[in-house]
Write a protein that binds this ligand. Structure first.
Ligand SMILES: Nc1nc2c(ncn2[C@@H]2O[C@H](COP(=O)(O)OP(=O)(O)OP(=O)(O)O)[C@@H](O)[C@H]2O)c(=O)[nH]1
Length: 312
């Protein structure tokens, strides 16, 4: 084997060092080296560019200068742990950091432990900016939540829509059957609502619907579910409530609505309601009975609550 002279060895060492430095300099990934105490010893251009600092503004500073206050202690402790520990490689993790302009950014950081020329250990940290990806993910999440909300709620009143409401009805019936607890539903329909639309226009009618449903939701118990079946017809699911209690609850709702005035036109509106109880075989049959009772309420003069007769 050919012998290598000390001179050649020195040249080889220097070349290798230069190459490494050039690779670090050209890297699109932000790289920094920190001392055991957590102070910057080396920062590459990508690192400086990401944070918006010049190298001389970072070198000698503690790395937590770009960490939000709340995370400083934990990151400092993790740095110490890593420097003193046995692991040579730190797992990838997501962190929030702050750039020079005070903007919050998200990075993925990964680190390695190396031994420096002075024989002491250093931490090399590699950072990848994932701020845009995080923002996109957040927007996508919000859009999905909005879509999910729209799929289950009525746009005008924000109540559960018919499809979601009927699904909940079947679920609640099953639950009450399983635990053998009372169960009631109330259907209600606004009286002579067409006259409001005809006299004041559809948008005033819309406002009346919004204001009335908000009022009704406020009067109901937290455990009740309020659903817009369609038009000016609504359903209230009352788990754990018998017919008498449901009737008392609906009388309270009816009185509250009748006593209030709605919109700037100070309109008064009444409602008619039908109540049905007992866990029937299906939500449809229960709805049918409540509907008939509500029809009876309309037929016998409106502005009243009628309890459906017990099933045979
Ligand atoms: N503004 C508005 N009106 C609606 C909406 N949905 C249904 N309506 C109206 O509600 C009215 C319902 O009329 P009808 O079914 O004749 O009932 P009513 O006038 O309330 O009479 P009774 O129910 O018999 O007391 C119609 O004028 C519908 O156009 C809505 O989302 N917004």
């Amino acid at each position: 084997m050919k012998e290598i002279s000390p001179d050649q060895l020195y040249q080889l060492f220097n070349r290798s060092k230069r190459n490494t430095e050039n690779v670090i300099k050209a890297s699109p990934i932000g790289i920094c080296i920190t001392t055991p105490s957590g102070h910057f010893e080396m920062v590459n251009p990508a690192y400086c560019e990401f944070y918006g600092y010049r190298p001389d503004e970072l070198l000698g500073q503690h790395f937590t200068m770009m960490v939000p206050e709340a995370n400083r202690a934990i990151l400092s402790a993790l740095h110490d742990e890593f420097i003193q520990g046995n692991e040579n490689h730190e797992l990838r993790q997501e962190w929030d950091v702050i750039n020079r302009n005070g903007e919050l950014r998200t990075i993925i950081a990964e680190a390695a432990r190396i031994e420096a020329d002075d024989g002491e250990l250093r931490k090399v940290t590699f950072i990848i900016d994932i701020t845009q990806r995080k923002q996109l993910e957040e927007r996508l999440k919000q859009a999905n939540e909005r879509l999910d909300h729209l799929a289950h709620h009525d746009e005008l009143t924000e109540l559960l829509n018919r499809r979601a409401g009927l699904q909940r009805l079947d679920e609640e019936i099953k639950r009450c059957k399983r635990y053998d607890t009372p169960f009631s539903i109330a259907m209600y329909d606004l009286d002579n609502f067409k006259a409001i639309n005809d006299t004041y226009g559809h948008s005033v009618g819309d406002s009346v619907l919004q204001q009335i449903t908000t009022l009704v939701s406020d009067v109901l118990r937290d455990t009740d579910l309020h659903i817009r079946l369609g038009g000016e017809e609504f359903l209230i699911i009352m788990p754990g409530v018998n017919a008498k209690e449901a009737s008392l609850g609906m009388q309270r709702v009816r009185e509250n609505v009748a006593q209030q005035t709605f919109t700037e036109h100070q309109l008064t509106v009444t409602l008619s309601s039908g109540i049905a109880s007992y866990a029937e075989a299906s939500g449809t049959r229960l709805l049918d009975r409540a509907d008939k009772a509500m029809y009876q309420a309309k037929q016998t003069g409106r502005n009243r609550v009628v309890i459906a007769s017990s099933p045979m």
